[in-house]
Design a protein around this ligand. Sequence first.
Ligand code: FA5
Length: 339
Amino acid sequence: MTRILLKDQISRLKDQFGSDIAVVSNLDSLDELFRKYIGRNGLLRDLTSTIKDLSAEEKRTCGTELNQLKDFLTSKLEEAKMTLKRKLEGGEKIDYTYPFSAQTGREHPLYSTFEEIITIMERLGFEIVEGPEIEKEEYNFDFLNIPKEHPSHDIWNTFYVSEGKVLRSHTSPVQVRTMLSKKPPIKIVAPGKVYRPDTVDAGHLPVFHQLEGLYVDENVTLPHLKGTLEVLAMQLFGEVETKFRASFFPFTEPSLEMDVSCVICKKKGCPTCRYSGWIEILGAGMVNQKVFKNVGYPENKYSGFAFGLGIERITMIKYQIQDIRYLIENNFRFLKHFI
Ligand code: FA5
């Protein structure tokens, strides 16, 4: 017997074993197979006895190979035994008491807030529309009566993509797109991402989400606007204080901003509200007649209101989140609070 010869014998024995085990159908024939191959007078033993006349070195290598063969045969027989047993017991058994620790996912709080706002606005009769994030400069500014010298045109306030194209700095260009494509009555909300090179702090991000609202018809008034926003705030937050402040936007006249009392510090002042006790959640106003003129609507026929709210700010108030940056860090420990 040489090592080459032994290798050949091992390979043949494996082939033979493969054919034998493939047809085993009960535990008795499996026992028989065990005896045939690994039993005291089995084929493995026969092979082992053939190496006794080899040199010490060859004996060692061949011995290792025979041990590997034994391991192989034993594990295959064990495997077959388990499979047969399972079959005889009537299929795989499931242990229903085994502790279940799979982690379940859920929506990001930002998207839950989005969904909630959209549902409220749909109930109030607003239709959802969308606009592109890469926007024509003229829709982002000019049609909205934002003059060329306005600081928002500045490269420090807007991301320019190419000649005449910007990353929209608010969702208000969707107002323009909607009014250019249809006549009133219009009652839409437009959710989406907006981009600004703002300094990042507890309340500011360079990429955030807004929801634009626009209602245009004959005889839409300021009380319609205030009523709509108050219903929205009440349904979103329940018992919080709200207030309207006079403001300025070139595309609304008059303009206002809506603040909600800071739920983090209860109006005592904290970094989230910049120590004012109030968090600004939206800008709004009555659509400026100049915007109607720009989109080709007849003079003084229509009136309307518009608003643009910051989704991150609303999420912070709803879930009492102190720092806006938590919303984009994807820290699992933070997100787990909302599961
Ligand atoms: C606007 O963007 C106007 N387009 C809103 C508007 C629409 C006014 C229609 C009138 C009519 P403003 O820049 O104030 O306005 O932003 C609106 C809201 O976005 C803010 O109230 C705030 O909630 C949120 N916001 C603004 N900047 C940031 C920022 N850097 N990070 C997170 N949220 C922001």
